[in-house]
Design a protein around this ligand. Structure first.
Ligand code: NAG
Ligand code: NAG
Ligand code: NAG
Ligand code: NAG
Length: 339
């Protein structure tokens, strides 16, 4: 938003196998018929470890708790607790990565003040080639010691440069304030590039607002090269807002007026396209207790996100991500981690 436009950067591959077909009426429609379900990657406050919920077919409102309701991955690094779980992959679906915040809110003496002054400066990472066999967790320190914390990482693959852009939020203290006792900066969105989630480029600012601390950014590719929505949490008012671009991640972004939902506190946006209905998008917002599901058929114009009114939505899901899966992936995943 406050950065120069990098014209060549049109990140376009979040729906790598989507096809375009011409209907009888001559209207072009994006379709992804090969996706057979959704995988929610998340954690819970009670058990801050990676947990999965697999949808019943392509029903975005109906899930079963994988691995008989037990976490699949525990962090063995840093605080040994993981939050804000984000699953991503290469476009050919041969390399999978789970990244998350290294933060234990149940540790003795915990306070959010301490968490933002002397929290972890690393991202917890797991790697897999098949979505079921996962590496041990590693902790990749991405910020230097002027940062007070690294929260809520998310990633976008860039086809042009064949690497991931990884985003998170940090607060900074002046270099002379080595104990981080002074007034920190406002939380801002940072980014770095990586091919392997082991080595990252030097981080830079992505969004730094003069008057508003920001956390929990997530992107949604909108099916046309360069077209994205992004969601950000305003930490002052504890509301999520949406912005749009047609110029790639570093293009000009336009704010959708107001907030996604005006009521209550909301954070941890997780957006995904419906596997069946073209143009329908889903958005999960964490109300500090659990995810509430919303939907819109006008994400790129006047979203007006409405509650999805599902009658059986799983309870207690926290800030995570939702990944459309192929039938073969679902079969393998459900066999290894049955509900
Ligand atoms: C992860 O930790 C939880 C809570 O301590 C434990 O119940 C579970 O068995 C562990 N799971 C794995 C896969 O290590
Ligand atoms: C930082 O904290 C340590 C431990 O409390 C203290 O010994 C040290 O003097 C502090 N440094 C500064 C610059 O205040
Ligand atoms: C964040 O919310 C506060 C009030 O809660 C408001 O003053 C501020 O303008 C908002 N900033 C953004 C970027 O939404
Ligand atoms: C869910 O119910 C509310 C209240 O009736 C309604 O305003 C909203 O449009 C419904 N959502 C959808 C997606 O239909």
């Amino acid at each position: 938003m406050r950065l120069p436009i990098v014209a060549s950067l049109f990140l376009s591959s979040l729906l790598p196998i989507a096809t375009t077909t011409r209907t009888g009426g001559g209207i072009l429609r994006r379709q992804a018929p090969e996706f057979a379900g959704y995988l929610i990657s998340t954690f819970s406050d009670a058990v801050p470890a990676v947990q999965f919920h697999l949808s019943n077919g392509n029903d975005a409102g109906s899930y079963a708790f994988s691995n008989q309701g037990q976490p699949v991955l525990n962090s063995t690094v840093g605080t040994k607790a993981v939050r804000d779980v984000f699953l991503t992959k290469t476009p050919d679906r041969s390399q999978w990565f789970i990244i998350g915040t290294d933060l234990d809110v149940k540790v003795a003496g915990f306070s959010w003040n301490r968490a933002t002054r002397s929290g972890s400066r690393g991202i917890v990472v797991w790697k897999s080639s098949n979505l079921v066999d996962w590496s041990e967790s590693t902790l990749v320190t991405v910020e230097d010691d002027t940062a007070g914390m690294v929260w809520a990482p998310s990633a976008v693959w860039d086809d042009a440069s064949q690497q991931f852009y990884v985003f998170w939020s940090s607060r900074f203290y002046s270099a002379s304030d080595t104990n981080h006792t002074g007034t920190g900066s406002l939380d801002r969105i940072r980014y770095a590039r990586t091919k392997d989630f082991t080595t990252f480029t030097t981080p830079q600012d992505y969004i730094k607002l003069a008057d508003t601390p920001l956390i929990d950014q997530e992107f949604q590719y909108l099916g046309t090269p360069g077209h994205f929505a992004r969601f950000l949490k305003n930490e002052t008012g504890s509301h999520v807002y949406q912005e749009l671009t047609t110029e790639g991640l570093f293009g000009t972004w336009t704010r959708v007026a107001g907030f996604v939902r005006p009521e209550g506190s909301r954070e941890g946006p997780a957006c995904f396209a419906d596997n069946v209905t073209p143009g329908l998008y889903h958005l999960l917002l964490d109300d500090y207790t659990e995810y509430l599901p919303y939907q819109s058929s006008n994400i790129d114009t006047h979203p007006n996100w409405q509650s999805s009114n599902y009658t059986n939505y799983p309870r207690g899901l926290k800030h995570g991500s939702v990944t459309p899966l192929l039938a073969s992936e679902i079969e393998t995943f459900a066999a290894r981690y049955p509900a």
